[in-house]
Write a protein that binds this ligand. Structure first.
Ligand code: FEO
Length: 412
């Protein structure tokens, strides 16, 4: 590994393939939305062929200067024959603007037909552009590149490239993850639970909305019968080895199909003055030591959990519990915001239980039920308390607990 500075490093992925990796530890809100204290990487790859060098994607323009310096250390950037743009979101295309301004830059830029228009609107540059056809092959001496269009992973113009002679699939956002892991994970045994969590979080935050397209893309890869030994995403680690590639493909299918992890319950709650929190504590006492794994996300006057983590966690939960209250004659605003993300990003069929608290108007429950009509969440049970629970409320909570355990696949 060579480092050009603290943020950029160069890794020899294989003899003819270099990874230029930027680690972004400063970003707090990816896409100005998702909290990622774990940071993120932007991966750009350089393939050396007998007929010239090929660049696959660039990085966020905040890092252009150091990125270009790193690129220059692996090849003369004026000699790039092609730049392949898999996806135009600026975390991958941003530095193309500075690269294209390098004197003598003469590479042809290849991408999906929609990419040309985005180069103009996002980067405002003129380049020699050629659109790719889905399935088109490009031969460079002994090297063959095959372009595979995979719309909506993550934008409509997204594509993968399969480098046939290295059995390598360049996947941009897909199969990537947040965090700043080792540059390569070789073998499924090194795919840690923590890294899978960052991969799942990235999936939920970025690609989750397009789950049907993920399934189409996975089916397409299967039908093409590609042998993939190495996956090279544009965030996170390079995945090396058939076993780790297959494991990640399986995870993606499971997340895309909304398959739940048995025994996992996600509880989301907001509490202004402790009335909702009291009900959540009552519920937690009842499910404790009963074989379910509860992941709790709370929004109170002294604590706010990570919204991006919440979405990642909910993706494969078996049961979802929402506990919240009325506010200003409607649903508590944070709950409204979080549910809008659940619906727009995940929209999975999920058995859901509601617990609401109110003073004089149970508007929260009414509004929650209205929101359900536009989502795939499946309302399985509800309990509303007029601030302090009565004996009857706690009896109903006992019943709800039994239902939650059953729904989670655990004997009540
Ligand atoms: Fe990592 Fe959709 O960009």
């Amino acid at each position: 590994m060579k480092s050009t500075n603290d943020n950029v490093s160069i890794h020899k992925v294989m003899k003819n393939l270099d990874l230029i990796r930027v680690t972004d530890a400063k970003v707090k809100y990816f896409e100005a939305l998702w909290e990622i204290p774990e940071g993120v990487t932007y991966n750009s790859y350089v393939l050396h062929t007998s007929e010239g060098a090929v660049l696959f994607d660039t990085v966020n323009s905040d890092f252009s200067r150091d990125y270009l310096e790193a690129l220059r250390s692996v090849t003369d950037v004026r000699d790039f024959r092609y730049v392949i743009v898999h996806h135009m979101e600026p975390d991958h295309s941003g530095s193309l603007k500075d690269l294209a301004r390098v004197e003598g830059f003469r590479a042809e830029v290849l991408g999906h037909p929609l990419t040309s228009r985005l180069i103009k609107s996002l980067l405002n540059i003129e380049v020699k552009f050629r659109q790719t056809r889905d399935g088109e092959e490009l031969k460079l001496g002994a090297t063959t590149l095959k372009f595979i269009h995979v719309p909506w992973l993550h934008w409509p113009e997204t594509m993968f490239t399969y480098v046939e002679d290295f059995r390598t699939l360049m996947t941009c956002d897909a199969f990537g993850a947040y965090s700043m892991p080792p540059y390569m994970i070789s073998g499924a045994e090194y795919l840690s639970a923590e890294y899978v969590r960052f991969m799942r979080k990235y999936f939920a935050n970025i690609i989750g909305r397009y789950r049907e397209n993920v399934i189409k893309a996975l089916d397409k890869l299967e039908s093409l019968g590609l042998s993939v030994d190495l996956m090279a995403p544009s965030h996170g680690a390079v995945l090396s080895g058939v076993d780790v590639v297959n494991r990640v493909l399986k995870l993606y299918r499971s997340w895309a199909e909304g398959i739940a992890e048995g025994g996992k319950v996600v509880v989301l709650y907001t509490s202004m003055y402790g009335y909702v929190e009291r009900m959540v504590e009552e519920l937690l006492e009842r499910v404790a030591d009963r074989g379910v794994r509860v992941e709790l996300f709370k929004f109170t006057s002294v604590h706010r959990d990570n919204v991006a983590d919440f979405l990642g966690s909910l993706l494969d939960a078996g049961v979802f519990v929402i506990a919240t209250s009325t506010y200003d004659g409607g649903l508590f605003p944070i709950t409204k915001y979080l549910l809008s993300l659940v619906v727009s990003k995940l929209n999975v069929e999920k058995p859901t239980y509601l617990i609401t608290a109110y003073g004089w108007n149970d508007a929260a429950l009414r509004e929650l039920k209205n929101l359900f009509s536009s989502s795939k969440l499946v309302l399985k049970g509800e309990l509303t308390v007029n601030s302090t629970p009565t004996k009857a409320d706690l009896t109903r909570l006992d019943e709800m607990t039994r239902e939650i355990l059953t729904q989670s696949g655990v004997s009540p």
